[in-house]
Write a protein that binds this ligand. Structure first.
Ligand code: GLY
Length: 351
């Protein structure tokens, strides 16, 4: 099982962790942002000066087969073997692509994730999902291949803007919704305008704990790990649609908007309480604004949704809730109810 290290002295902890692993050559994967803003914060990590650094372009639009191929090539050209170690320093884009490079290079090499964003720390870097976008679809190609360690420090979060914090926070709301009303209430009273980083730190590690416990029970998403897909069927449709139209949206924002749709479906199909639906929707609307869609886009969104990895046959599969902490996996809906949920979404966010 992947080990998660909560670090307040990242340079020291990274050095210690790497020394625990047997390897021949060390590789460090960064993107243009983390190379510039995060790597300098780890100047006290001597092993990094011996590592071969591979830098790729930043942002999810670059989570492509081309960049994956560049990483493979750099590994090959710089003499990486099956016993080499890759350290991914970055957000979800770097840890997903780097994880998949590690999964596939010479049939698999060891790797470590050091997430530099809240979204990466709370979700992408934890749990072993790796992959790239392909053919216009999010995370179309990938594998389950956990890193040996995830080293989480909040030191990098001060380099993030409000949008990046909100993006990660949406996944934290999701974890609370699938876990307990107490966690959910705490998150909905936290101020995203004036961030208390010490409190955020506490909430983050609680949230990582929720995800970790679920992944431990079901690493390959045969059953209860599907709980983590709350909001994601719709979120992936919004993201793919936005990507296709040349206007990519942050993953966490898509999840927040997707949760409006899927909590509505939870209410209609599983009896999720209306006041909890409305309270969550209000928080999301206030902090995340809206992804602009009209009813002219419904068919296209439905078609993308049908393509989702979770689907079998003609139904769209969702993870829904009958209560906070009460997850109903493998729920299906027809087109009409999905469109009704999109209507609810548009009303809620004022479109
Ligand atoms: N992002 C959901 C999961 O890791 O299963």
């Amino acid at each position: 099982m992947q080990q998660i290290i909560k670090s307040s002295q990242p340079a020291i902890d990274i050095e210690k962790t790497i020394r625990h692993i047997k390897y021949d050559k060390l590789f460090l994967l960064t993107d243009e942002h983390t190379h510039m803003h995060c790597l300098p914060l780890l100047a006290g990590t001597p092993l990094f000066s011996e590592a071969k650094e591979i830098v790729i372009p930043a942002d999810d639009i670059h989570k492509t087969i081309d960049n994956l191929s560049k990483v493979w090539l750099q590994l090959t050209q710089n003499g990486a073997t099956r016993h080499s170690l890759l350290v991914n320093l970055g957000g979800g884009m770097v840890t997903d692509l780097g994880g998949f490079a590690a999964a596939t290079f010479k049939r698999g090499i060891k790797y470590i994730n050091i997430p530099t964003t809240l979204l990466g720390a709370v979700d992408a870097a934890v749990g072993g999902k790796t992959g790239i976008n392909f053919g216009g679809y999010k995370n179309e190609i990938g594998s389950f291949y956990p890193s040996e360690y995830v080293i989480i420090t909040t030191d990098f979060f001060h380099t993030l803007d409000g949008r990046a914090i909100r993006s990660g926070y949406a996944e934290m709301i999701k974890h609370a919704l699938i876990h307990s009303a107490k966690d959910w209430e705490k998150l909905l009273t936290f101020s995203l305008d004036e961030i208390d980083y010490a409190q955020l730190n506490e909430l983050l590690f609680r949230s990582v704990g929720i995800k970790r416990a679920i992944v431990e029970k079901d690493p390959f998403e045969k059953d209860i790990r599907k709980a983590l897909n709350l909001g994601h069927t719709t979120a992936h449709a919004f993201e793919s649609y936005a990507m296709e139209n040349g206007n990519p949206i942050p993953h966490g924002y898509a999840v927040a908007w997707g949760m409006i749709v899927e909590l509505y479906l939870s209410h209609r199909i599983c009896g999720f309480p209306k006041e909890k639906l409305l309270k969550t929707v209000r928080y999301i609307q206030q902090h995340y604004g809206a992804f602009p869609i009209s009813c002219d886009n419904y068919e296209a969104l439905y078609e993308i949704t049908r393509h989702d990895k979770k689907n079998v046959g003609n139904y769209i599969y969702f993870t829904l809730l009958s209560e906070i902490g009460n997850v109903r996996i493998d729920q299906t809906t027809d087109k009409e109810l999905f469109f009704e949920a999109l209507d609810f979404y548009r009303d809620s966010v004022g479109l």
